[in-house]
Ligand binder design. Structure first.
Ligand code: BGC
Length: 916
């Protein structure tokens, strides 16, 4: 905290410094003797006083013209500068003469226009024993008065840099003081200043300073600067720059409208904005330091807190001990948004525990290509499912007043070349596939942030894309929060700010000084800056940062409750892909030996540890450990040889520590297969034991074409977090009935999908995932929404009703098996008469329900115009009259019931702005 001080006291102190510390200059050894012409007769004003090196005493001459004073150096010496410091009575016309014998004088300077003060006379290499000032014409009626008269020899040693510098900020000026270097050949000081991050310093004193002090009055209230001082000697040798000092403005008292938590947010924002200088405003719009600090500027004068960010998608990437939750793709496989909400709450609490304010997520990247390295960070391929899951994440995070920044806006679907890959996309695909989840996070989730992507969209980088940022996000959707750049994804100053990028991270490369200059030169208006600053301030007010200091509290991190949640979430995420002849679950009473194989059998199940997903949990389990726990009361042996076992379990997957870096930030998979040694291991196991069960751990689709047919049972466990081992064991032994459903289509192999990397020229129009497969008539291996259960469900009694501006669809679902379990009821909509090309069907509703054996539940969905609308060729969202087919079932292919309803003109739903 800067010390408070009274500015007037500082001023008095400084003025006194000015008065009493006129500097001495070093000179040749003190003059031996001094003579003058007629003396004034006053004993205080004798000639010696002019050479005593005390600038407060003076020699004063008589008051007739043509007088002189000279001194003796004792022997002939070389000197370069003569200095005369005059009192008000000075010579207008005088000469400087030199001599070796004090008889024969040589004139080396004739001054006809003397004006007193300090006369600096360059004599460059003059040699003599005696030096004389010969006054010819007085300026005043009195004689001459000289405080100091001396010569200085060149030593070529630059003066020492000033020391002990301090910079005190007052209300409207900054006072600098430093130690006066009386012992060196000092002539003056210069003060240099730069604003914050600027590397260029400018000289701020107009005239050279003769004393150790300066008041910088050209600063505005509240500005913070770096200063350094340079000392320059009589021969223009400059010292090295002094150390830099930073002036911290005195804080205003902690009162004021904006600090009053009871006032409406917008009132507080406007009040604070009105107190900020332009520089303070611009400063708010950038991060402070490079990569890892992840913090934007605060402001100590106005008590504005910074924004401290942290990744990541499946746990807080900060310090150590954060809980490693299942990855978002796994949570998406639960088809249970409330799970994502809870995970958001827990992550937010851990984030606060680490002293952070902003969660850099959720990630809404649509899984356009399962080879994309960050597929696990998102929620899959379907815009509707992604929207529901991501919005739940936003709500969960923000319920704890942690700011959420849905990312990466927009069309960020592949990693290789991510720094600027060009996405060229038609309106339909943009509006119907890539933007809806963002819109929902903004309008329904009320997210306070949005992170701009690295890639370009239709020619412009996402972070300077006016159509995306200003036109759609801010103007059309009414977003009131701020746009944060992805790390180093900013490419310009004027373009970016005008396009709507509010916060450049991780630091000001294009904002900061450059942005300040752009405003000063009129390229950017202050209104644009104000708009961006307000967005940042609003967010800071929302998160309560002005009202309560957020301190690190590690007791909030890695809590038991979070660990317990990890187990529940991992169970819900498990997808039973295949289960021939009901091989699973394993009956503990019927097996005596189990072979456990595979590189991931005894490893954590958290998955990738790369980029924004790096988590270092305090604890984790492993599948083998959990299996051992499960069977400890039974006489079951774990062995290595599948041939000798009743059943074989093979744990394989893409985790970096066993498979190398196959996926993650800046990495895409080359194909969808497991590493060759893992496929060989599966072949080996199933060759020896037909009852082989494969458990997959991975961040996206895994192709099973080379081994899948031979293996009777496959579980996809994803990267299921720090309690994944136990969740897997629960599913294997039937203590939990799996009900996860695929949030992405699993192709037979990578050849089924076009490579959609940055150099992809194909059409976006064909849709993504199941929409693509259905449009092209390609049969995948496992379809979107697929997942088996240990029980069976029966669907009946589809009913469609028309409400006021909505359509209701309901069905009965009955558990007709012997075990209790969850079913994910999925509703797809087929627009049978549409003016635009589009997918065959789209997910428009889902519910995960729990049923006991024989239990029936009526599941109801409400379709709104949002669900029925399409983006037409006139760039409007419309609900077109015509027939729609409702399809209800257990996956995109497992269609159980369907019915048709019609929208007719006159029913009111033709064109709308969103919602009813
Ligand atoms: C990633 C972002 C992440 C940021 C900060 C970038 O490389 O794309 O998702 O939030 O780094 O770690």
């Amino acid at each position: 905290m800067p010390k408070k001080f009274s500015f007037s006291i500082v001023l008095v102190y400084f003025l006194s410094l000015l008065f009493f510390s006129v500097s001495f200059a070093d000179c040749l050894p003190i003059q031996k003797a001094v003579s003058s012409s007629v003396e004034s007769g006053n004993a205080d004003l004798i000639p010696y006083k002019a050479i005593d090196r005390d600038p407060h005493s003076r020699w004063s001459s008589n008051h007739n013209d043509d007088q002189w004073i000279y001194f003796d150096l004792g022997e002939v010496k070389e000197f370069d500068v003569a200095i005369i410091m005059w009192e008000a009575a000075y010579a207008k016309v005088y000469e400087i003469d030199v001599s070796d014998d004090a008889k024969n004088w040589k004139t080396v300077l004739k001054e006809n226009n003397g004006n007193g003060g300090e006369d600096l006379i360059r004599l460059d290499g003059q040699k003599a024993r005696y030096i004389r000032m010969h006054g010819i014409k007085r300026n005043a009626q009195w004689g001459y008065s000289i405080y100091d008269f001396k010569v200085i020899a060149k030593d070529n040693i630059p003066p020492e840099a000033p020391i002990d510098i301090s910079a005190l900020s007052g209300d409207d000026a900054i006072v600098l003081s430093w130690e006066d270097n009386k012992e060196s050949d000092l002539y003056y000081y210069d003060v240099y200043r730069s604003w914050k991050d600027e590397e260029e310093f400018e000289k701020v004193n107009v005239k050279p300073l003769r004393s150790a002090g300066f008041i910088d009055e050209s600063v505005a209230n509240g500005e913070e600067y770096y200063y350094y001082i340079v000392a320059v000697d009589y021969l223009d040798n400059a010292s090295a720059p002094s150390e830099q000092v930073y002036s911290i403005p005195a804080a205003i008292p902690r009162v004021g409208t904006y600090l009053d938590a009871s006032l409406p947010l917008e009132e507080r924002v406007n009040d604070l904005l009105g107190r900020m200088t332009l520089r303070e405003k611009v400063e708010q719009l950038a991060g402070m330091v490079d990569y890892d600090d992840m913090t934007s500027y605060g402001n100590s004068r106005l008590h504005i807190p910074p924004l401290r960010c942290a990744d990541g998608p499946h746990g807080v990437r900060w310090g150590e001990g954060s809980t490693a939750f299942p990855v978002p793709l796994a949570i998406a496989a639960s088809w249970n948004p409330s799970l994502m909400y809870d995970m958001g709450v827990y992550m937010a609490r851990e984030l606060k525990g680490h002293g952070r304010d902003v969660s850099l997520g959720p990630c809404l990247n649509i899984c356009r290509d399962p080879r994309a390295g960050r597929s696990y960070e998102g929620y899959g391929e379907d815009p509707y499912l992604v929207g529901k899951m991501a919005t739940a994440a936003v709500k969960g995070l923000q319920s704890e007043k942690v700011v959420s920044t849905p990312k990466h806006y927009a069309c960020n679907n592949i990693e290789i070349g991510r720094g600027g890959g060009p996405v060229v996309i038609d309106d339909w695909s943009l509006r119907e596939i890539y933007l809806p989840a963002f819109k929902e996070c903004i309008q329904e989730g009320e997210a306070w942030g949005v992170m701009g992507a690295y890639n370009k969209v239709n020619g412009d980088y996402s972070c300077e894309n006016k159509v995306l940022l200003r036109d759609i996000l801010k103007d059309e959707w009414g977003f009131k929060g701020f746009v944060i750049s992805d790390w180093h994804a900013t490419h310009s100053t004027v373009r970016s700010i005008n396009a709507g990028l509010d916060l450049e991270m991780p630091k000001a490369n294009y904002y900061g000084k450059a942005l300040y200059k752009a405003v000063k030169s009129g390229m950017v208006t202050e209104a644009v800056i104000d708009d961006s600053v307000k967005r940042i301030l609003r967010t800071k007010f929302f998160s309560g940062l002005f009202d309560e200091e957020r301190l690190e509290n590690h007791r909030l991190v890695g809590k038991k409750e979070h660990d317990k949640f990890c187990l529940e979430a991992a169970r819900e995420a498990m997808v039973l892909l295949k289960n021939s002849k009901n091989l699973l679950p394993i009956d503990k009473n019927k097996v005596t030996t189990i072979a456990v194989l595979g590189p991931l059998a005894d490893k954590h199940t958290c998955g990738v540890d790369l980029g924004s997903s790096q988590i270092y949990p305090a604890k984790f389990d492993t599948p083998l450990g959990a299996i051992k726990d499960k069977i400890k009361s039974k006489k079951i042996k774990i062995i290595d040889d599948p041939k000798e076992a009743d059943i074989a379990l093979v744990f394989v997957g893409l985790s970096a520590d066993v498979a190398g870096r196959l996926e993650g930030e800046a990495i895409d998979r080359e194909n969808l297969r497991l590493p060759a040694n893992q496929e060989a291991l599966i072949d080996y196991a199933v060759g020896k034991n037909k009852k082989t069960i494969v458990v997959l751990l991975g961040g996206s689709a895994i192709a099973t074409d080379s081994w899948g047919k031979k293996v009777p049972a496959i579980i996809d466990a994803w990267y299921c977090g720090q309690r994944g081992g136990e969740a897997i064991a629960d599913v294997l032994f039937g203590d939990y009935n799996p009900a996860g459903r695929l949030p992405i289509t699993f192709p037979v192999n990578a050849q089924q999908i076009p490579y959609t990397g940055w150099n992809y020229n194909g059409e976006y129009k064909t849709g993504v995932g199941y929409q693509y497969f259905e449009t092209k008539g390609i049969k995948p291996l496992y379809c979107f929404g697929h997942g088996l259960s240990y029980t069976k469900f029966k669907y009946s009694a589809l009913k469609i009703v028309y409400g006021d501006g909505w359509i209701g669809v309901s069905v009965n679902v009955r558990n007709v098996g012997l075990r209790e379990g969850d079913e994910v009821v999925q509703l797809y909509l087929e627009d049978l008469k549409r003016s635009m090309p589009g997918p065959k069907k789209e997910l428009k509703g889902f519910k995960r329900i729990h049923l006991k054996p024989n239990e029936t539940q009526r599941v109801a969905f409400k379709l709104t115009p949002d669900d029925l609308a399409l983006y037409n060729k006139y760039k409007k969202w419309v609900v077109e009259p015509g027939a729609f087919r409702v399809i209800v079932g257990g996956s995109s292919e497992d269609i159980r019931l369907s019915g048709i309803f019609k929208v007719v003109e006159g029913m009111g739903i033709v064109e709308y702005e969103g919602g009813f």
